[in-house]
Design a binder for this molecule. Sequence first.
Ligand code: SAH
Length: 438
Amino acid sequence: MSVLLRAVAGPPSAAARAVIPCLWRGKYFSSGKEPAEGSPVTPVLRHLIYKIKSTGPITVAEYMKEVLTNPAKGYYVYHDMLGEQGDFITSPEISQVFGELLGIWFISEWMATGKSAAFQLVELGPGRGTLMGDILRVFSQLGSVLKNCDISIHLVEVSQKLSEIQALTLTEQKVSLERNAGYPVKGVTKSGIPISWYRDLQDVPKGNSFYLAHEFFDVLPVHKFQKTPQGWREVLIDIDPQVSDKLRFVLAPCATPAEAFIQLDETRDHVEVCPDAGVIIQELSQRIALTGGGALIADYGHDGTKTDTLRGFCGHKLHDVLIAPGTADLTADVDFSYLRRMAQGKVASLGPVKQQMFLKNMGIDVRLKVLLDKSDKQSREQLLQQYDMLMNPKKMGERFNFFALLPHQRLHGKSQTNACQSKPSPSPVAGFGELAWR
Ligand code: SAH
C-alpha cells in the first residue's frame, strides 16, 4: 500500500486551499428556526408566489427543485457557491489528499475487477472540478499502471457556471458550455483524456464505468412527511396569509402521492423521502450489473434514523430555508438505507462507513507523511489543519459517509465473464477494508 501512496508524488498544494471556514454543510440538523436577516423578494420567490397563487401549495421537493435548479433563476445554475467566498466548503476543496485517495480507490477497483481495456469515469455534480483534477493527477502519476487502458471522463452537471469553472480547471482549451450549446459538450483534459459534459445521467453512454458522487445526493429534492392521527401528511409550502411575500410550511389536508415512498413499517414520526435519489440509484445499479465497474458515493447522512434534516446555507452560515429562495443552498441528509433498498439487489452495496475510517483504510496517514516530509513549516501546519478537518470525528470525520455499489461478482469471487468460475479470494474493497495493492 505505501508503495502506491509514495508513487503518487504530486507536490503539496496546501497553500492553494489554505483557508478552512468553520462551517461545512453536514454540520447541523434543523430547519427554518434560525433568525433570518431581512427577507428580500428574490426572482425565485416572485416566481414561486405566482405559482402557488395559481395552483396551490407546493411540495418541499418542488420547492427545492425550483430554488436549486430552475433553468432561469436556480441557485446552482449561475452561482459558484463553493469555497471561502461562497456558501459552503467540501472535502476536495479542503485538501488535495482527499481526491488523491479517491483516485487510488478507482485504480484499485479497476485492478480488482480485471483491468478492463477501457473505462469511463463519470462524476455526478462535480462542483469546481477540483476533485476530478486531483483524481486525474493520480491517474497521470500512476500512468505506468494505467498505460494500456482507454479512459474517458464524463461530468453530469446542471450548472452552467460550474461547468465553465470545471472546463477551466480540467482542460486547456476554452470549452463552450452555453445553455443552448448542443450536448454533450466535448473537450480534452490537460493530460489528454477525452472529457464530456451532460445535464443528465441518462445521456452518459452505457459502458464499463466507475461513478463518483460527492455531496451530490444531498441536494436532490426531498418530500417531507409528518405522522398525524389521520395518517401521513405531506409538509407543503404556502404563502403566509399574515405577511405579504412570505412563505410558510403547512400540512396537506389529505394524503398525497409521494406517500408511496414511505416504508409500511416506518416508525419515525417525521420522514424525508427522495424519489430522485431512488431513480439515480436504480439507473446506476442497472448499468453496473450490466457492464461492470462500480459507484462510490460520499455524503453526510444516516441509515434511516434521522427525521428533520432540511437546511439552508448562505455565506458559511445557516439560513432559513424559506427566506430569499435562490440565494442560499438547500440540502437534506442522505438516507443510505433508502439508497441500499433502491439498488434492489441488482448490485452489492457496501457501507455507509464513516469518512474517518474510509480515509484511514485508504492510507491517508502514509500519504500525509509523504507530504509533510516535503513541506516547509507553514505548509506543514496547513496540511495538519486540513487533515484534522477531514478526519476529526467532531468535524467531517464522522458526519460524512462512504457508500459503494459494486457487481456481486466483485465481492463473491466469481469471474465477470463466467459466473461459475470461482476465484480463490477476492481482494477486500479498499476503503471499506484496508487498501491491498496486488
Ligand atoms: N462534488 C462537488 C460539488 C458539490 S455541490 C464537491 O464535493 O466539491 C453539488 C454539485 O451538484 C454542484 O456541482 C451542482 O451544480 C450539482 N448539481 C446539483 N443538482 C444537480 C442535478 N440535478 N443534476 C446534476 N448536477 C447537479
